[in-house]
Design a binder for this molecule. Structure first.
Ligand code: FAD
Ligand code: NAI
Length: 475
């Protein structure tokens, strides 16, 4: 007799493990299946995010920022560093240890919440609205059953056609997080989130980094004014970004990679890099799930087709996270996971797609929520804008990081906040206030009238809200 559960979650990334915990909290007998293996072939739940995404990239961003500060910023504070050295092995080992702590944390949470964990690949065998049979292929093989299935199988890096990742010279995010010696010349194809974050890490550690981007605009999804400011700051730091390129042949040699491309002016270019990161987006992962076998519908781009509530075409089968439409973000996956568990319990789970924050963890960080100025213009919405530079913020001066600004966009008539955009220190933390404000449909005036601690970076947020009404106090 196969093991029976109320809910089986396939995939243990942020979408899956959070869905499993919430389902267990709601009283369901829940299992979560995840196939990710650590270096010792043991379980490593947490998905892309924990193993080769959010967590290790932030660990390396932090370490490389410390290194850069020690080399360049400490002197201004009167701290003299002599004989500064880089122990890349230790930096990578620390990153691996941070990942391990997160893997173990999830296994602990499963135990605490009485979620049964299976290490292996889950695939549909057969089923209907009453029960689905799921095969689990790990060290052993078994079949488990449940009435409700949540698919959270995530995404994979997209390779350039004809240029598979070898993770030695041509790197996806996995290889980019584990380069064993700082490459003298690093090429990056795609100036998106991964390209900029990983490009920053290796530039800070000493690489000469060139980023090749197909689109003619830099960070097209970001508010124009913020993207322009970020481009200026990144260029000053030495990050070279070429826009409007067409990538041609990529040839891997013994120890280097040659990239041929046509630049924005139409000139043919040929550059040799020590390593090449390809970060041109990600594709949904349904490999080995046997979706076709049970008639689970995918859309034309390979995502599992779901409605607004994450319901698939099969009764009692749900899908969340990177494997479904919407932004490929860990917190979006988590919110969907919680909402689905609550819907299974007959509650009204809810995800507000208008208030999902985005953060790019470069230095300075870029963070935003809501509409950009170019979107409001395109939608014909009448709006007011207010900006405040960190240059005029006392805490930023004390920190020694006055780059960037906070920008508010508010409805011209009602003053409701429509978007908040930040490039500057700790933008990832500052954006939360804007998210809360927008969830409660606050006006710019609301933020402007709230007392913010002094001196704090958050005063720049208040000042930008005041600027919407042209009454900044410190600028
Ligand atoms: P995943 O995290 O991909 O997890 C899916 C899991 O399912 C994996 O463990 C996989 O092995 C497993 N699986 C797949 N198929 C099966 C199967 N058939 N049986 C069993 N298990 C299976 N997002 C942010 O919000 N903030 C960030 O800072 C951030 N940084 C990132 C940095 C990088 C370099 C990358 C690549 C991504 C980053 N992301 C970030 C995106 C984030 O990682 C994803 O949005 C998030 O992991 C999606 O969660 P998920 O649960 O949908 O899928
Ligand atoms: P991306 O979508 O952010 O950026 C891909 C870039 O590559 C785009 O600018 C695109 O125009 C460009 N591109 C596509 N094809 C190209 C080609 N042939 N030649 C040159 N350029 C090309 O994707 P990325 O950086 O791979 O990251 C994937 C996803 O992972 C992100 O969209 C995001 O959802 C998630 N992520 C989130 C992070 C965060 O929240 N801080 C960090 C890293 C990743």
């Amino acid at each position: 007799m196969s093991k029976q559960f109320d809910v089986v979650v396939i995939g243990g990334g942020p979408g899956g493990y959070i869905a499993a915990i919430r389902a267990a909290q709601l009283g369901f007998n829940t299992a979560c299946i995840d196939e990710w293996k650590n270096a010792k072939n043991g379980p490593a739940p947490g998905g892309t995010c924990t193993n080769v995404g959010c967590i290790p990239s932030k660990a390396l961003l932090q370490s490389s920022e410390h290194y850069e500060h020690a080399g360049h910023a400490f002197a201004e504070h009167g701290i003299e560093v002599k004989g500064l050295g880089l122990n890349l092995g230790q930096m990578l080992a620390r990153k691996d240890n941070v990942v391990k702590q997160n893997n173990e944390g999830i296994l602990y949470l499963f135990k605490k919440n009485k979620v049964t964990f299976f290490h292996g690949r889950g695939s549909f065998v057969k089923g209907d609205a009453n029960a689905y049979e799921i095969n689990v292929a790990g060290a052993t093989e078994e079949t488990i059953t449940a009435k409700h299935i949540i698919v959270a199988t995530g995404s994979n890096p997209r390779a350039l056609p004809g240029t598979p990742f070898d993770e030695k010279l041509i790197l996806s995010n996995t290889g980019a997080l584990a380069i064993e010696a700082v490459p003298a010349k690093l090429g990056v194809i795609g100036a998106g989130v991964i390209g900029l974050e990983m490009g920053s890490v290796w530039r800070r550690l000493g690489s000469d980094v060139s980023v090749l981007e197909a689109l003619p605009t830099f960070l097209g999804a970001v508010d124009d004014q913020i993207a322009k400011e970020a481009a200026k700051l990144f260029t000053k730091q030495g990050l070279k970004v070429s826009l409007g390129v067409t990538i041609g042949a990529i040839t891997a040699g013994k120890n280097d990679v040659t990239v041929e491309y046509v630049d924005a002016a139409g000139a043919a270019q040929k550059v040799v890099y020590d390593k090449l990161i390809v970060s041109i987006g990600r594709t949904p992962n349904t490999i080995g799930l046997n979706a076709e076998g049970v008639g689970l519908q995918l859309d034309e781009r390979g995502f599992i087709a779901v409605d607004a509530d994450c319901k698939t075409n099969l009764p009692n089968v749900w899908a969340v996270g990177d494997v479904v439409r919407g932004p490929m973000l860990a917190h979006k996956a988590e919110e969907e996971g919680v909402a689905v568990a609550e819907r299974i319990a007959g509650q009204h789970g809810h995800v507000n797609f208008n208030t999902i924050p985005w953060v790019i963890y470069t230095s300075p960080e870029i963070a935003w929520v809501g509409k950009t100025e170019q979107q409001l213009k395109a939608d014909g919405v009448a709006y007011k804008a207010g900006t405040f530079p960190f240059l005029a913020n006392g805490r930023a001066r004390a920190l020694g990081d006055t780059s960037g600004m906070v920008k508010f966009l508010a409805d011209a008539k009602t003053d409701e906040i429509l978007g908040v955009h930040i490039v500057g220190p700790m933008a990832s933390e500052l954006i939360s206030e804007a998210v809360v404000a927008m969830e409660f449909r606050a006006s710019a005036e609301d933020i402007a009238r709230i007392c913010h601690a002094h001196p704090s970076l958050s005063e720049a947020t208040k000042e930008a809200a005041l600027a919407v009404d042209k009454r900044s106090l410190n600028f």
